[in-house]
Design a protein around this ligand. Structure first.
Ligand SMILES: *Cc1c(COP(=O)(O)O)cnc(C)c1O
Length: 386
């Protein structure tokens, strides 16, 4: 653990593992007793680094994970992750040998898919997905016969059955009614299977907002993504359960150059920002090539430096951006700048920044999984204290 100097000389993602551990604890306490937290670590654990996050989670006792693709699942196994790994998305059935070799659990996305996977003649673990109204993946919940026939396929070891809610984040009456309908349809199907003498495998329905708004469902797993990382999708989301979730990620960079720019001169591409007074501008080596959104400028973007919030000026470049530090004393090159997730400043939370861009924190965070090194704040992990 700890970080090398090279990792923090430009820009980096810093993980607060104490907060991750805290979130696991708070989420687990909010779940029914026999229910297990399935950590959703797709898209580099929402930009946090899937292997680092999953390794930490394994250490504090998490034994169920979900990834989007078979390659993500294989990466987790190669970095030593133990426990169950569910692939939520489509996998080419020719990859059955990889599913088996790496002990991954594949989602059955419909009847034809189940038949094709079964015909690979390799025993594979699967969870069956049921479409109750989202109309993305899954067996239509009305097709009981097809579901029953999949249970008879000899190479498919069906160890779970699940559905996905499409508006569990909304507390509007019509959305609540729709969600209730989805839940009813799912249980109705389970009843039909029981009547057909089928042993019901592990059951799961909720993701983060499913837990926050429908905490009373009693399932075997809850698939938790965004809440695990300590943020809501949008800053003003109201939820029935109000949990003390704490952000895991912060995005940091350093001042590499400070320059004076005279009143009337412009900063950056397109001469878009003209300074209205003699200014001090600091250059920060992070840009949209690092996943930091390009449209966070001209009044839209702010960062924290020397305990002050200052504006981003000029267009954001692929690898760099500029900030106006005219009003802040004592900034020097090498000083740390926080762009997302400064805990003391709500405006810099991932959900607030995403909101100002017209998107959700999920998208903002998972864009940052590529060039930036991920470092773990040392001294943070307390193993066994969960
Ligand atoms: C991504 C995903 C989740 C996690 O959703 P969050 O809202 O981030 O908790 C759960 N289930 C499925 C099927 C998903 O695709």
């Amino acid at each position: 653990m700890g970080s090398t100097q090279a990792e923090t000389e430009r820009s980096w993602i810093e993980l607060n593992i104490k907060n991750l551990q805290h979130n696991v604890k708070v989420l687990t306490q909010a779940m029914p007793p026999a229910c297990e937290l399935m950590a959703v670590v797709k898209a580099q654990a929402y930009g946090h680094g899937a292997c680092k996050i999953s390794t930490m989670l394994n250490k504090i006792g998490i034994k169920a994970f979900a990834a989007a693709t078979v390659e993500e699942g294989i990466q987790l196994r190669k970095s030593g992750i133990r426990g169950e790994i569910l692939i939520l998305g489509y996998t080419d059935t020719k990859r059955a040998s990889d599913l088996q070799k790496f002990d991954l659990i594949q989602t059955l996305i419909d009847f034809e898919y189940a038949k094709a996977l079964n015909s690979q003649n390799l025993a594979v673990k699967v969870h069956m997905k049921i479409d109750t109204g989202m109309h993305r993946l899954g067996f239509p919940c009305t097709e009981v016969l097809a579901v029953k026939r999949a249970f008879e396929m000899k190479n498919l070891k069906i160890c779970g059955i699940y559905t996905h809610l499409c508006c569990a984040d909304s507390l509007q009456a019509d959305d609540i009614a729709f969600t209730r309908k989805q839940i009813d349809r799912f249980y109705h199907l389970l009843d039909a299977l029981k009547d057909g003498e089928i042993d019901i495998p592990k059951v799961h329905i909720q993701s983060s907002y499913g837990l926050l708004n429908y905490p009373d469902l009693t399932c075997n797993y809850i698939r938790v993504g965004i809440a695990l990382y300590g943020v809501l999708s949008s800053p003003n989301d109201d939820t029935n359960l109000k949990l003390d979730l704490r952000p895991v990620l912060s995005l940091k960079s350093r001042v590499v150059l400070i320059r004076k720019v005279k009143k009337g001169e412009s900063v950056g591409y397109g001469r878009e920002s003209t300074v209205k007074r003699d200014s001090r501008i600091a250059i920060i080596p992070i840009g949209y090539g690092d996943g930091f959104p390009r449209n966070l400028y001209n009044g839209n973007g702010r960062v924290l430096v020397n305990s002050h919030i200052v504006p981003i000026v000029g267009r954001i470049c692929m690898d760099q951006l500029s900030i106006d530090i005219t009003d802040v004393e004592g900034v020097s090159t090498g000083d740390i700048v926080t762009l997302i997730g400064a805990e003391e400043y709500d405006d810099l939370s991932a959900s607030s920044v995403a909101y100002s861009l017209g998107t959700i924190s999920n998208e903002l965070l998972c864009r940052m999984g590529a060039r930036l090194p991920v470092i773990i704040k040392s001294d943070a992990l307390e193993v066994n204290s969960l």
